[in-house]
Design a protein around this ligand. Structure first.
Ligand SMILES: [Fe+2]
Length: 427
């Protein structure tokens, strides 16, 4: 199966799966080609500044208006906004989410660990998924938030209204708020992490004195070319709206967009393309240097959410404590591990598919063993290799769900990794 992509970070793309499907020179002609229907899909307000404005024009076989009433969806009970009753200041760490028994697809395999805010006020939702079955005659639409999907195990084939994307572990995919998509697994079972972004859409961070190049480069973001299926079967559309799931049936595939143009589009990114920047003298920069994508808030420099990775990289700092230093800060940090071992936690408790949460102003950093090792190290150039960890970082407290606290995966001894630091010896 060959997929084709258009590159650049949300350039204005144009793509047609059938030649002639895209009208020339106007968005909504009186009679689009082949009897297609023109539909505008906007993920910014019409009047958003031009640089922030995101919208695409879709030319589809039927308009999306044609459906009956949405009714409450009874599956996916574990997808729930945290209500604040389970939130603690404690540092938390979870064992990997186990694969479900039997056939469970992406929609039913999602479970919420935490989050803050909501679809009307901004913030994020943090979910993991573990699933064994591909979605078939079913589509998901998240009207609450943009979805950043981080596969940890199992390659994904994501069919969206605008086209299809292959997304193996080591890549990420971002689906715009409100866009319908289907998720299939090409390698059997699959597990991964989701950041549901209720705030401003993810974008590339400014680079300041770094200059025009570096970190995630725009040319490495891939948006699918138009693709459609002509299927007149019964399809279920499951919608997340105002924190709850709703369902309705339609009598055709929702993936019937034959051509489109615009810049509100899904995209994928290979994290191996990230141009990691670090010190070549002493100390290491703040971890913001690893920001792939950012969702800004209305406070300058203070993100609603940053998506940050800890990829393979060379460590060369002289007279430098090389692991992430101890810190307490205003941002709240949810971490996951795609593969390998994270350099601040080498004891094995932070496993691929597992997770940790360090909420605002609660001290964290390397564990006792990693600290002792780093202080004793003979500082030669050293490559941290075969590892890929990441962080969803938010300016607001990340509230925990009942599942996070009582779902059987929370470790009861996480604090112990910071127990037993030898006291400093003053002269
Ligand atoms: Fe941190």
């Amino acid at each position: 199966m060959t997929m084709s992509y258009q590159t650049g970070f949300l350039n204005h793309f144009a793509s047609e799966a059938v030649p002639g499907a895209l009208p020339e020179g106007r968005n909504s002609p009186q009679k689009p080609a082949f009897g297609l229907y023109a539909e505008q899909f906007s993920t910014s307000a019409f009047t958003a500044p031009r640089a922030e404005n995101r919208r695409s024009w879709l030319y589809r076989m039927r308009p999306t208006t044609e459906h009956g009433a949405f009714k409450p969806y009874s599956g996916a009970e574990r997808l729930a906004a945290p209500d604040g009753t389970h939130t603690t200041p404690n540092r938390l760490r979870w064992n990997p989410l186990p694969m479900p028994d039997g056939e469970v697809d992406f929609v039913d395999g999602m479970v919420t660990y935490g989050g803050n805010g909501g679809p009307s006020e901004g913030g994020i939702g943090i979910h993991l998924y573990a699933a064994t079955a591909s979605m078939d005659a079913r589509a998901f639409q998240n009207s609450d938030g943009e979805m950043l999907i981080v596969p940890q195990q199992g390659a994904l084939l994501i069919t969206t209204e605008l086209g299809r994307m292959d997304v193996p572990p080591g890549h990420i995919a971002v689906i715009p708020k409100g866009m319908r998509f289907r998720l299939e697994f090409t390698e059997g079972a699959a597990r991964g992490y989701i950041c549901e972004n209720f705030g401003a859409p993810f974008r590339l961070p400014d680079l300041g004195p770094i200059g025009a190049n570096g970190l995630a480069n725009p040319r490495d973001f891939e948006t699918p070319a138009a693709w459609f299926e002509d299927r007149d079967d019964n399809f279920e559309v499951v919608q997340k709206f105002n924190g709850k799931l709703w369902t309705t049936m339609i009598d055709h595939s929702p993936f019937d967009v034959v051509g489109w143009h615009g810049n509100s589009a899904p995209y994928r990114y290979d994290l191996a393309r990230f141009n990691t920047i670090g010190t070549v003298s002493f100390d290491h920069p703040d971890p913001s240097i690893f920001t792939v994508l950012t969702s800004p808030s209305d406070t300058p420099g203070t993100a609603n959410c940053d998506f940050v990775i800890f990829p393979p990289r060379w460590m060369v700092g002289e007279d430098t404590f090389r692991p992430p230093w101890f810190h307490r800060n205003v941002m709240s940090e949810f971490m996951g591990l795609i593969h390998g071992e994270y350099d601040a936690k080498e004891g094995g408790g932070f496993a691929p598919g597992g997770a940790s949460l360090h909420n605002q102003f609660n001290g964290h950093g390397p564990d006792v063993d990693s600290t002792a090792k780093a202080m004793a190290a003979d500082l030669k150039p050293h490559k941290i290799d075969n590892t890929l960890a990441f962080m969803f970082e938010s300016r607001a407290i990340i509230q925990s769900t009942d599942f996070a606290m009582n779902g059987g995966l929370l470790q009861d001894d996480y604090d112990a990794c910071w127990s037993g630091f030898p006291k400093a010896r003053l002269p």
